[in-house]
Design a protein around this ligand. Structure first.
Ligand code: FES
Ligand code: FES
Length: 275
């Protein structure tokens, strides 16, 4: 118990000076107490004179024990770590051998697009038809980037939260990281590569350039694809409504004011000279 001004006053009022250190834990023993202290075992003396000190003594003993235990634990952890490290090295060097053994036994180890689980998929992307064999679990984003090498669509979060992967399917914007490629056969898929080319930019692409609506550019293809889709959506004329409609596209560089200005410039002047 912590001694405060209030309980110090109570103590002085109700307990004589000679035994108050017996009754109030943590207090300094009085002169009369010293006689009692002599000849008593340490623990008993502490018990009589200072319960708090006993508690602290027990606590320090248990702390010492736990310190010893933690030292032992640290030693065993270091030992365990070193032995695991050695084991990992062994496993790493043994892996090619194990693989060779398994390969020689004729087991199929890797699921590739050519494996028996791959399925034929036909996609129409930017007006071109592609016949592919892909793992049925392949997302549209991975299919575009890894199989068709259309790397304009970016992978930001891979969880449908940033909009960097935005493409159009039949004219509607979607997060391609959330779509399975195999589910979009016979649909018209458009990526940022399909809406404009250098020398023949889409009006939105030209407006982004003119308004400096990007910094690192990582989000920009997704922003442009959303902005192009927004032109056909029932979006009000105010900046606030544009911001709301573009809220699925995150820009970590914070180029939002310029992005909104670029989109508004296209909406107010639908056919600017494209660069
Ligand atoms: Fe698709 Fe972020 S990568 S939403
Ligand atoms: Fe860098 Fe948007 S320009 S994230």
């Amino acid at each position: 118990m912590k001694e405060t001004g209030k309980n110090r006053g109570l103590r002085r009022r109700f307990f004589p000076v000679s035994n108050r250190s017996c009754l109030l834990p943590g207090s300094v023993p009085d002169e009369g107490d010293k006689h009692l202290k002599n000849g008593l075992p340490e623990k008993l003396r502490l018990l009589i004179f200072d319960e708090e000190a006993v508690r602290m003594s027990d606590q320090s003993e248990s702390e010492e024990k736990s310190e010893v235990q933690s030292c032992e634990f640290a030693k065993s952890t270091r030992r365990t770590f070193l032995s695991r490290l050695g084991m990992a090295g062994l496993l790493a060097s043994a892996r090619p051998v194990a693989s060779a053994v398994e390969e020689s036994s004729g087991k199929e180890q890797v699921l590739s697009p050519e494996s028996k689980d791959a399925i034929p998929v036909t996609l129409r992307v930017n007006g071109e038809k592609y016949d592919l064999r892909i793992d049925p679990r392949t997302t549209l984003l991975d299919c575009l980037r890894e199989h068709l090498h259309l790397t304009g669509s970016k992978k930001g979060c891979d969880h449908g939260q940033c909009g960097a992967c935005t493409v159009h399917i039949n004219g509607r914007r979607v997060n391609s990281c959330l779509c399975l490629a195999a589910m979009h056969e016979d649909e018209e898929i458009t990526t940022v590569e399909g809406i404009g080319q250098p020398g023949n930019l889409h009006a939105v692409q030209a407006a982004f350039l003119a308004h400096d609506a990007y910094q690192c550019g990582y989000c920009t293809s997704g922003q442009i694809m959303s902005a192009v889709a927004l032109l056909k959506e029932p979006c009000g004329s105010e900046d606030a409504e544009v911001k709301e409609f573009m809220s699925g596209n995150i820009c970590r560089c914070g180029a939002y004011p310029n992005i909104v200005a670029a989109i508004q410039s296209v909406r107010q002047n639908p056919k600017p000279k494209a660069g």
